[in-house]
Design a protein around this ligand. Structure first.
Ligand code: AP5
Ligand code: MG
Length: 210
């Protein structure tokens, strides 16, 4: 199998993080989520975290130059030389063009889910600082099954912020579907299936094309 340089596309709540954890475990590649990196910076109170918090809480995007710099450094690290999965980056055409100057993306996998479903998924999401996420309809405990830490709801998962995030997605991120389609590296999976079936669809797409 050639180097897997994967990008996950999909609306907020589509299941990018859920699937990324499983896919990275299977193919032994790092899961690089800009959202997780930014939230870790907020938690640690770094200057980046302070800048990002106000923007994230409004459902807007952190400036391109900030995330591009962050990803350039991250992708230069040793663990990315054998492949990686990008979750939440690129998110604008500008970011995708910048990524093309320092990396060769091998596949962009779009996890397609309709808007009503993502709103419902986000409303019931509970997160762990270790990166796991759960949904209240299928997981009743308030601590993480993997690490035991207390689960929390993301500040940007409030309904009014979710609305803004979806608008930003439709305007600034959805055009990436066409961008990668034009490069002939776009693969779409039906993200409305249950978690294990979405996973099986993604594995099939990867194995059939590598
Ligand atoms: P980010 O953290 O990337 O958030 P997002 O794109 O809005 O996506 P989510 O994490 O909300 O959803 P997900 O697709 O990962 O879904 P999940 O697997 O959790 O970004 C946050 C913010 O950071 C942005 O708004 C922006 O401000 C900033 N930012 C990040 N990257 C940036 C960038 N590149 N440029 C600029 N700014 C950036 O699943 C959701 C729920 O559904 C869970 O409860 C899960 O259990 C459940 N679920 C998952 N799959 C299924 C299924 N198949 N069936 C039923 N339930 C399911
Ligand atoms: Mg996520």
């Amino acid at each position: 199998m050639k180097k897997l340089s994967l990008v996950f596309l999909g609306a907020p709540g589509a299941g990018k993080g859920t699937q990324a954890t499983k896919i990275c475990e299977k193919y032994n590649i790092p899961h690089i989520s800009t959202g997780d990196i930014l939230r870790a910076n907020i938690k640690a109170g770094t200057p980046l975290g302070l800048q990002a918090k106000a923007i994230i809480d409004k459902g807007q995007l952190v400036p391109d130059e900030v995330v591009i710099g962050l990803m350039k450094d991250r992708l230069a690290q040793e663990d990315c030389q054998k492949g990686y999965l990008l979750d939440g980056f690129p998110r604008t055409i500008e970011q995708a063009k910048a990524l093309d100057t320092f990396e060769n993306v091998s596949m962009a996998i779009n996890i397609a889910v309709n808007e009503d479903e993502v709103v419902e998924r986000i409303a019931g999401r509970r997160m762990c600082t270790c990166g796991e996420s759960y949904h209240i309809s299928t997981y009743k405990a308030d601590t993480c099954a993997k690490c035991g830490a207390k689960l929390y709801q993301r500040d940007d998962d409030k309904p009014e912020t979710v609305k803004a995030r979806l608008e930003v997605y439709n305007k600034q991120t959805a055009p990436l579907i066409e961008y990668y389609g034009n490069k002939n590296i776009l693969y779409t999976v039906d993200g409305s299936q249950d978690i294990n079936d979405v996973y099986a669809s993604i594995v099939k797409v990867i194995n059939d094309n590598n």
